[in-house]
Design a protein around this ligand. Structure first.
Ligand code: BGC
Length: 721
């Protein structure tokens, strides 16, 4: 446990980020040295002028009032005889506008006012066996850093011309609240890629705009030769409007400033305590008249995740969709799975997370990432006296429920993680929380055995809605009751894996199903209503219901009308009930509404709305319009598991056994899915050749392959059918 104190500036330095400093000498030859450090806010540390570690926005974002991660760094090689450690602190997610925006009064009244602070210890072991420890306390100095302003939503102002001298003892040390500190649980956030601009655009308004060719999360690095006091100033945007002008309306109140005041000479800079979601950068002011593209780099930042899944097909537009889904995940897996990375939101919406979960697990190894987030989710749930799971984690309030499909993240995410990775601890750690959620619904509903009433997001952003509306015609009560059944079924599955007695939940499930059929079956209004009833096995006559869904889709002009909740299951349901060709038709459709429509409009990430930009160039209203929202990217789990047919098996999860069930089509020539698992690489590749379909399958473990209706038992190896 930390022996150090939390330290914070004694003087109010307003919006300026403080920097803390300590000089120390070593008494002997060092064997090894470790820095353990954390912050209420986000920190960077420098030892003798060298940045410690590569964690961006450390210590990450957790349910801060209950737990804050600390990091350990081996700093042996950075030490010399006389040392100086500097720690710069910014509000990060802990304070500032994001906190003001999302924390509600019932939460803030429960937890006292937040004050940013840092805590650090350098533990030295000498070769002679003696030890030293240098820790944050009242002896540290504090001053103003060059970062004159920094905020997650509003960006950074950096004054390189400011002489950041630190020569006063101006810290307050507090010895409280160290119990919140926990060792790093999640993945660290790191700089992952560097992109060069693909062009410099002069817009019709005459503005100079850098185009990085890819919507992303990160920041801009630039170099310049300038005189002291000259300014480099930038703005960020995801898209250009229909006239080709820079468009920032959809960032809402997020100012996303990046302003740099130069010192003399050659210099290079990037923000260090904030991030931006952007493809385009407008150069508002720059010391050099001629813009040299070589001097600008977009640095892509996200949680350190190993890529595991790859999809490629013969259709370039489909490949672009796969690319966009990957970039949606990269852009929004920044320590917390967020809805979007650009506007004044960037929050851990549970519904978005739940919807995308399976795709996320195919694309990347997200085990550690979710171990952390689910920990915060459980804390959030425990703060709610009724056991409700909130709509956002880290949570914004302690009274509301996230409602159907959002709160169900607590049952869906651990189940998918277990299935995809075979790690029982996901179920063990979350089982009590899963049950608590189902029990919460049981107590919350106005109707025994259905979830009637309560606040829900419905089939969020479905198309069966007036233009600009968030919610459509799908009934909340139906969505809620369907998810009540689904979550109960997941509690049963988890309980069985864990050897728990789930009789109570089995009875409950049976009754929910009966009541659902009584209340809703045969009386569906929207595509999503059909889809949920079918996918969660709640229709009395599934074949007939599936036929009706298909008729409904035809009546809707062979167009999907689904939102966040119906979309992830749409193609699954069609394929399951024998309408695979219609599933492909919807997947490959190029006109609005469809997955490929945004691709034809030049999208490089997933849009929040099917009609984020209409064919005539109209943008969805600024009030809620993101071009980097991964939710609809959930379609990729259908591509991996149905189209390419790579499936885990519940009794041998984590791909200890594989079920191959590819379902090809004549609409594309080929599809290949590759997946790295703990057992090795799985490949499913099908293509048309000489009027036939060839299947190439590689399995690292025992597998079952269903090819053209025939079952093949496979040992590890490569097979061609
Ligand atoms: C977010 C969504 C989220 C929704 C819930 C929005 O503002 O961006 O993705 O799930 O609210 O209502």
């Amino acid at each position: 446990m930390f022996k150090a104190d939390w330290i914070k500036p004694k003087k109010d330095i307003g919006e300026v980020c403080p920097v803390f400093l300590k000089k120390f000498n070593l008494s002997s030859n060092v064997k090894n040295a470790t820095l353990i450090i954390s912050a209420r806010g986000v920190y960077t540390a420098e030892l003798n002028g060298n940045r410690v570690g590569d964690f961006v926005l450390a210590p990450g974002w957790t349910q801060y009032d209950t737990r804050i991660q600390y990091q350990s760094y081996d700093v042996t090689k950075l030490l010399s005889d006389n040392n100086e450690i500097k720690i710069t602190l910014a509000d990060g997610w802990y304070k500032g506008r994001i906190k003001d925006n999302f924390l509600e009064e019932d939460y803030t009244s429960l937890f006292p006012e937040r004050e940013c602070a840092v805590i650090a210890e350098i533990a030295i072991k000498y070769l002679d066996g003696t030890e030293d420890i240098f820790k944050t306390d009242e002896s540290w100095l504090c001053g103003e850093s060059n970062i004159r302003f920094c905020d997650i939503y509003d960006g950074e102002i950096y004054d390189a011309s400011f002489d950041a001298r630190i020569d006063e003892k101006t810290v307050v040390a507090e010895n409280n609240d160290k119990s919140v500190l926990v060792e790093q649980v999640g993945e660290k956030i790191c700089e992952q890629e560097r992109l060069k601009p693909i062009g410099l655009i002069t817009t019709p308004k005459g503005e100079k705009v850098l185009d990085f060719g890819q919507n992303l999360t990160g920041y801009l690095e630039f170099s310049v030769n300038a005189s002291k006091g000259e300014v480099a100033d930038f703005s960020f945007a995801e898209i250009l409007d229909k006239d080709g002008n820079f468009y920032t309306g959809n960032y809402r109140s997020a100012k996303c400033i990046y302003r740099y005041i130069c010192k003399d000479g050659e210099q290079c800079h990037k923000p260090t305590h904030t991030f931006y979601g952007f493809r385009y950068v407008r150069i508002n002011e720059f010391p050099e008249k001629d813009i040299d593209l070589n001097n600008f780099t977009a640095i892509v930042v996200h949680s350190e995740l190993k890529r595991t899944g790859h999809l490629t097909s013969s259709d370039p537009l489909l490949n672009k969709l796969f690319h966009n889904v990957i970039w949606g995940q990269k852009s929004n897996y920044l320590d917390v799975p967020t809805d979007c990375p650009q506007r004044d939101e960037r929050l851990g919406w549970t519904g978005d997370t739940e919807i995308f979960m399976k795709t996320a697990c195919y694309n990347y190894d997200v085990r550690r990432f979710f171990k952390k987030w689910l920990g915060d989710l459980r804390i959030a749930q425990s703060l709610n006296k009724f056991g409700a799971v909130p709509s956002i984690v880290p949570v914004s309030n302690v009274t509301n429920s996230g409602g159907a499909a959002w709160g169900d993240a607590v049952t869906v995410c651990p189940t998918e993680l277990y299935l995809m990775y075979g790690d029982k601890t996901f179920l063990k750690e979350n089982f009590a929380a899963m049950k608590k959620w189902v029990d919460f619904i049981t107590n919350d509903t106005k109707h025994k055995h259905l979830w009637i009433g309560g606040k829900h997001y419905g089939d969020w952003l479905e198309l069966a809605a007036p233009y600009g509306a968030y919610k459509g015609e799908t009934r909340d009560d139906l969505v809620a009751s369907a998810f009540y059944a689904y979550s109960t079924s997941l509690v049963i599955k988890a309980g069985e894996v864990l050897g728990e007695d789930v009789t109570e939940y089995k009875n409950l499930y049976k009754t929910i199903r009966e009541e659902f059929i009584k209340e809703f079956d045969g009386n569906y209004n929207t595509q999503t209503e059909y889809i949920l009833s079918l996918w969660f096995d709640l229709a009395k006559d599934p074949e007939k219901t599936a036929d009706e869904l298909v008729n409904k889709i035809h009546r809707d002009g062979d167009k999907m009308q689904t939102g966040f909740v119906g979309t992830p299951y749409l193609l699954h349901v069609l394929s399951k009930f024998g309408y695979n060709e219609l599933a492909y038709k919807l997947l490959l459709k190029k006109d609005y509404p469809s997955w490929l429509y945004p691709v034809t409009m030049g999208a490089t990430t997933m849009w929040e709305h099917w009609d984020g930009i209409t064919p005539d160039g109209k943008l969805w209203p600024d009030k809620m319009n993101s071009y980097n929202h991964y939710a609809y990217g959930s379609v990729c789990d259908w591509v991996y598991s149905v189209a390419a047919g790579i499936n885990p098996v519940f009794v041998k999860p984590g791909f200890e056994q594989v079920l191959f069930k590819p379902t090809p089509t004549d609409m594309i020539d080929s599809l290949k899915a590759e997946l790295d698992t703990d057992y090795g690489k799985i490949i499913s590749y099908w293509y048309h050749k000489d009027g036939k379909i060839v299947y190439e399958i590689t399995t690292p473990t025992d597998a079952k392959a269903v090819i053209n209706g025939e079952i093949h038992r496979l040992k590890p190896g490569k097979y061609v059918f």
